[in-house]
Design a protein around this ligand. Structure first.
Ligand code: MRU
Length: 347
């Protein structure tokens, strides 16, 4: 059975606290919209599709807790909830995509009254979750054939089941190829500063029984130079119309290394991560997080007090460095501008 990252239970949003994994498994109960916003901001839940699913449940929660007596007031409350949620993490487009879809659903049933909106929004959040899970499996089907026969894949951050409704995006082709009995070995970047690779990807792969080697981020180049890496697969937080990809800080460096070493560099993401309204990566807002996440690891200071530190949480990989984008609708290859536009009309 697949682990759920976020779910609805007893009129609250529940989620696995990903800050505590892998050593502590704790479930967070969000009984108010503010709790959901905090969970997203503090990265109790993280990963673009999982954030989208969580925000959808957050919108359902906001609707059910609203005291609005008429649909107009409830719709205004929902716009407010959307603004609150969208502001938590600006880079992952799945967040605003999900809240916009929830607002559209509310508007569509508004004529039926307040209760109809409340019922419809919970059903819509469940639908977004179910669709995300199905998309991840489809990404696995499309992406598995791209993994070279020896099966040595390097990945960055966590774009696994925890970052989605389940199964993952970057980890989906890996899981599918492994399930097909193919040889697979994953090099897991630890992913400073939040260590999503060491804490979350390593945990997921262990649970799935998929062979892996954990490496620090600065070992990736040497692994490639030694010929140990056959391809790189990463997730994405936003893909611009020209194919530029925003993903966890450090992704761009890997793409440059991949080009130098002649290694295919794949990005796996659902269609909801593609933002045709954003022309290029230069327009993607990059989240700046607290430098304390750089100067401290798990609350322990590793740098001198008072040191100046930077923390851009994401970087942008130019489309020229991307070999292909793996989506649930198929594999997209350059030139991305046309190919991504055509994908929009594909079911
Ligand atoms: O800061 P995070 O942990 O939310 O960043 C996550 C990533 O960068 C993932 O690669 C991306 O969201 C895709 S997850 C399927």
């Amino acid at each position: 059975m697949e682990l759920r990252t976020v779910w609805w239970e007893e009129e609250s949003v529940r989620l696995i606290d990903q800050r505590k994994l892998p050593h502590t498994f704790e479930v967070v109960h969000c009984t108010e919209l503010a709790h959901v916003a905090h969970a997203i901001r503090s990265m109790q839940v993280r990963g673009a599709p999982a954030i989208g699913c969580t925000a959808a449940y957050g919108m359902a929660l906001a609707a059910r807790q609203s005291s609005a007596a008429n649909p107009e007031t409830l719709l205004a409350d929902l716009q407010q909830a959307k603004a609150t949620l969208d502001a938590q993490r600006p880079t992952a487009v799945n967040l605003a995509w999900a809240t916009a879809r929830m607002v559209r659903r509310a508007e569509a049933v508004a004529v039926e009254g307040v209760n109809a909106i409340k019922t419809a929004l919970l059903a819509e959040a469940e639908a977004i979750y179910a669709e995300d899970l199905a998309m991840c499996h489809a990404i696995g089907d499309h992406g598995a054939p791209l993994i070279p026969p020896r099966g040595h894949v390097l990945t960055h951050c966590n774009a696994g089941g925890l970052a989605t409704a389940g199964y993952g995006t970057a980890l989906a082709p890996i899981r599918t190829a492994f399930a097909q009995g193919r040889p697979i070995h994953v090099f897991v970047d630890e992913t400073r500063p939040f260590l999503q690779g060491a804490r979350l990807t390593a945990w997921e792969l262990l649970q799935a029984g998929i062979p892996q080697t954990l490496i620090t981020d600065n070992m990736a180049a040497f692994m490639m130079q030694r010929g140990l890496v056959d391809c790189i697969i990463v997730g994405a937080d936003r893909i611009a119309a020209n194919g530029d990809v925003a993903n966890k800080i450090g992704t761009y460096g890997l793409a440059v290394l991949a080009r130098y070493h002649n290694i295919p560099f794949y990005v796996a993401a659902p269609y909801s991560t593609i933002d045709l309204a954003t022309a290029s990566g230069a327009e993607i807002p990059i989240e700046e997080r607290d430098p304390a996440e750089v100067t401290h690891i798990a609350g322990i200071a590793i740098a001198p007090h008072g040191v100046n530190a930077a923390h851009p949480a994401f970087d942008v990989t130019p489309h020229e460095l991307v070999t292909a984008i793996i989506t649930e609708r198929g594999v997209v290859r350059p030139p991305f501008l046309d190919a991504l536009r055509q994908l929009a009309s594909k079911p």
